[in-house]
Design a protein around this ligand. Sequence first.
Ligand SMILES: [Fe+2]
Length: 209
Amino acid sequence: MIDMHTHLLPGIDDGVGNIDEARGLLDAYAEAGFRWLAATPHVDHPTVHTRVDQIREAYRQVKEEAQQRGITLLLGSELYVTGARPQPGIPLCGHFQMVEFHTAIKPLFAADMVFHFGMLGLTVIIAHIDRYRWFTLKDPAIQRMREMGVLFQMNIDAVQTQRGQTLLESGMIDFLATDNHGSERSPVSLETFSSYPGIMEKSLRLLSL
Ligand SMILES: [Fe+2]
């Protein structure tokens, strides 16, 4: 299994606070049967400060801890986008840029942003689509983004909601992930992932893992 959206790097953003907390979470992931994790720290978030210059060192440290537990830790980023030509983030597996938007305001620039990343050879993954009030499957703009190759991630908590179930049934979900911000925030149910083997398989295939 894979969890491709997490804030597991200690002291980097508003996620995990220290290395002991990261170790505890890695233990839980290993026990639940995860073989791949991606650390995706916030980049360019309007309210969260990220220690961008410390990302690589924190990644190296947590990657080693993960390896000891049979888990491959990948590095990516969750880039907050407000326009068609955002600053670069850290692409996951070198090919995928995960982005997030304002939850209430529809990003009318989104298709241009997707095109911009496309020209850089990057596929856009939209983080936690369940959270956006403007995201509806009937919206032609969403269909257009799909045609442009955009991938969609839903947070695992959302499977408990009607909206989450509707999104799952649509076949549009490419990734289920925790958006794990550490043990201080709401506890994350890792067991739920095993109920969605089809999506796990699809995720690994899309990321060529
Ligand atoms: Fe996140």
